[in-house]
Design a protein around this ligand. Sequence first.
Ligand code: NAG
Ligand code: NAG
Ligand code: NAG
Ligand code: NAG
Length: 649
Amino acid sequence: MRSFPIAFSMMLVHSLVFLSFINLATAHPYSFNHFRHLLASRYEPTHTTKYPIPAKAKASSVSAGPVSPCTGVHCANPTLLPSSLPCDAANGTTFVTALPNGTKYTMICDIDFPAQHIYPFILAGSFDECLGQCETYNEKAMAGTSCAGFVFAPDRTNGADDCYLKSSLHDPSSATIHLVGATIMPSTASRALPSTSSSLPTPRSNLRKTYSEVNVGNLKILGSSTNKPTNQYVSHVPATPQKLASSLLVPGLNPDLITKYPIADDTGSWTEGQLPSGVTLSNMKAAPRMSRDGGKGGTINETHIFVFCDTASFSEDQGMVGFVSSSVATDDGMKALYGEPLELVDNLGEWQDDVGRMRGFAPMTTGEESFNIDLSGRGYRYAVWPESSVIPFNASHALLYPALVYDVVDMSNQAAVFNDIGNTILLVSVDPTYGPTAERVVPQLYNQDQVTFGTLGGIRSWGPAGKGGNDGHIYLFGKGDNGVLVARTVPNGFTDLSTYEYWNGDSYTEDMPSSSSNAVMLDMQVQDLDVVYVPAIRSFLMIYLNTLADNTFYYRHLPLDLDADDQDCDVDNIVKAKWSAEKVLAQIEAPIEGYIYAGGMHAGYFGDDDITNGGSKILITWTEHTGQDAASPESGYAHKSAYVELDLS
Ligand SMILES: *[C@@H]1O[C@H](CO)[C@@H](O)[C@H](O)[C@H]1NC(C)=O
Ligand SMILES: *[C@@H]1O[C@H](CO)[C@@H](O)[C@H](O)[C@H]1NC(C)=O
Ligand SMILES: *[C@@H]1O[C@H](CO)[C@@H](O)[C@H](O)[C@H]1NC(C)=O
Ligand SMILES: *[C@@H]1O[C@H](CO)[C@@H](O)[C@H](O)[C@H]1NC(C)=O
């Protein structure tokens, strides 16, 4: 039995990282280093969005210099704002920001407008800066929302979340902490929201019902999924992994290990077709226990699959027996239909042996495998991380575009650096006996210098053959600096990079954009994203987690009179039509440690009631840290689920 010392320390790394400092992933759920430059570690990861710092408010704490607020006239100097007045004096006064725009605001004090944040929180540092954020937001006129006002919490300690922009001003309520805010006065809030019903195709006659709103009707938290691995495995003589020349087995990124070596045949789940002759099913000594994160997935030919990243398996008496960079499970018993937590089965094809060492879901090259066997104990390894929901391909197959990562751990302090080295493509199907299986159809698709389209997922548009056919386009999302970029390819060419086209703001071209491109579908960074066609509203819906660690699933939709299909030309609306303002789909209770991540919707779970099949139900899943050791029975991670019923009116 091979031992995996590094694997265990990796699990610890994740825990340590979460304990010690802000960790938010724009690129990978686990990769704190990707995020640090964005928020410059200015805030703590433990915040919930709802004013988490307890009310240490003093009613009118701020020193009251007799600054005259500029009431009703343009301020000569917009920094002379009445924010330093005591609450009762400032309340109700008005001021106007500098020309040319001269937006007129009314001060409010200790009033909040619950659940109408545009962003979960902003670090502004002062009332004026918070005002500036509101103004800037409106200048950018993002996605149909506008800043209708804001509240600033002057008593927040340095570096805490202190500024909240508001998309609307309903339900004014007294705040539990001291807040100084300002609302844009209706007379000057002339920047009307762009109507969501402009500029789109003529309605079709068969539209049954017109909707004006998409709201969240019902949210039910289901709880932590349980793992139920099979208790049998395919008994076979273990393969002897290929060992590369020692000159190749040295620390340092070597893309040749990814691109120049064949797939190792002891990696990837078995299928019927690959089984050596004469193998039999035998009993495991004991079902292993799994510890892992990720867990997005989708439906392939009515099987619900869940795909995980780094996965450790533990046996009762031997401790950790295996560590692979991906694994896969299927739903058992459709528990979510009954409002219960999911039960997930790791299938027969996943096991290397009778104690629960795994083959890994995504096949590895012999270069990657040999390197990992030799060097993972010293802190170096290659990983293949499938992070998105599956993208339907045809009636029997789906696609994943996992990130390729070269992971370097400093063994002295367990600090990990995840080097992105592009992505690859998995063609996924379900073997009725052995479970889900993935074919790695290219060694590497995009390289380390390119936007890795597809790692964030995508959406299938069906062509003339209709749903499940082998024509149409495959749309893929990429994380750019300014938001989400879009590429597309065709089903008969998706393994060939030259068939990929990129949205440039006007059309699809062959020019691959750099990550700084502005031709975005969504002008904000996301950790996770799903975009689906929703037959009930004949439009498209997106669900995402932002990069602010706010434990919230958000959604937006395209115009409700879009009258679209999931056919080829209609899917182009995802870049051409205007997405609605952001709304909260589900606010999840902050985990014991860190924040929720790897969040997504599991398309198709609820059958005819599913949002993707004409109904209004959505299964959402995510991973959170339990605060326990990975090796403990509680595991370090929990895969959780909830369902949301949309209210379409
Ligand atoms: C500020 O004015 C609003 C509206 O008039 C009122 O409801 C609120 O109580 C006032 N706040 C304070 C602290 O006086
Ligand atoms: C302010 O005025 C400038 C120039 O007219 C304009 O470009 C900008 O969009 C305006 N900003 C707002 C917030 O109205
Ligand atoms: C789906 O595509 C795969 C890969 O091209 C192919 O092997 C399979 O036969 C297709 N399935 C259907 C139902 O057309
Ligand atoms: C879907 O699964 C069923 C049951 O395993 C199988 O008989 C059928 O051929 C599959 N359909 C496709 C399109 O692969």
